[in-house]
Design a protein around this ligand. Structure first.
Ligand SMILES: Nc1nc2c(ncn2[C@@H]2O[C@H](COP(=O)(O)OP(=O)(O)O)[C@@H](O)[C@H]2O)c(=O)[nH]1
Ligand SMILES: [Mg+2]
Length: 239
């Protein structure tokens, strides 16, 4: 039984047009609630939130447009990402980055992700889960494939602390299992802001720890020197 029963789970889906964001939203909600694209044109032109019940918990999914298609100025992009993030009470529990696993992850996609991360802040990583879509077109083992991915995708996976879920195409029955895994992954995301503090201050804390060790060693050496001095025979001849 999930610890989140009775509470709503908020999921934000981001990524490039055509990566299957709206389809993913429909898979999670088990209903066609978001319009799915049919050609190269982007069907999702504005952010929309839909919800449904799943095994006794309310799932709230927010589908987003591709930032690079929809917004042109930095301030427009900033305003949109801030809207996605919301207030502390409404911030999504998880951010799903939709990435196609059958085509190469591009530098442009990475640049957009980095822009979102920069505007959102480091806290994004704590909530990040990579959703690999188009799994039905992937004939190799994904685990193996991930060992050889480009630097950019590696960096994204590092940000997500290795969290990812593979989806198998809009009509696959295997998606049920994938959604269950996704919800379990979301339930196990680091919960406290201590994570952010730790990530941000990790290096500083490590430095302070080394400093304390160095000081303890210096104090010990000093005492050893003093004790050695007391025990040493005087350099002069006693009368
Ligand atoms: N084969 C396959 N097609 C998919 C998958 N996900 C989405 N599609 C198709 O890709 C197109 C774009 O999907 P859509 O969900 O609108 O992508 P979005 O632009 O990121 O919201 C549609 O024709 C979908 O049917 C998938 O996992 N496998
Ligand atoms: Mg869409």
């Amino acid at each position: 039984m999930s610890s989140n029963q009775g509470h709503s789970t908020r999921i934000l889906i981001i990524g490039k047009t055509g990566n299957g964001k709206s389809s993913l939203g429909n898979i999670i909600l088990r209903q066609k609630m978001f319009a799915v694209g049919t050609g190269m044109a982007c069907t999702t032109v504005s952010t929309a939130t839909r919800s449904s019940a799943r095994n006794g918990r309310i799932i709230e999914v927010t589908d987003t447009p591709d930032l690079s298609n929809q917004y042109h100025t930095v301030s427009e992009i900033q305003a949109e990402v801030k809207k996605w993030k919301g207030d502390p009470e409404t911030t999504p529990d998880a951010v799903l980055l939709a990435v196609r696993c059958d085509v190469r992850y591009t530098a442009e996609e990475f640049a957009i992700y980095q822009q979102v991360k920069e505007i959102w802040g480091r806290d994004l990583c704590r909530r990040l889960v990579v959703a690999f879509t188009f799994g039905d077109r992937q004939d190799r083992d994904l685990g193996e494939e991930l060992g050889t991915v480009c630097r950019e995708l590696n960096s994204v996976l590092n940000d997500a602390s290795g969290r990812y879920v593979l989806f198998h195409g809009p009509t696959s029955s295997r998606n049920e299992e994938a959604v269950e895994l996704l919800l379990k992954t979301i339930d196990n995301l680091p919960q406290t802001t201590l994570w952010v503090i730790w990530k941000g201050c990790g290096d500083v804390l490590l430095f302070i720890w080394y400093l304390i060790l160095w000081m303890l060693q210096a104090v010990y050496q000093c005492f050893r020197g003093l004790i050695g001095g007391w025990n040493r025979k005087p350099p002069y001849r006693p009368l």
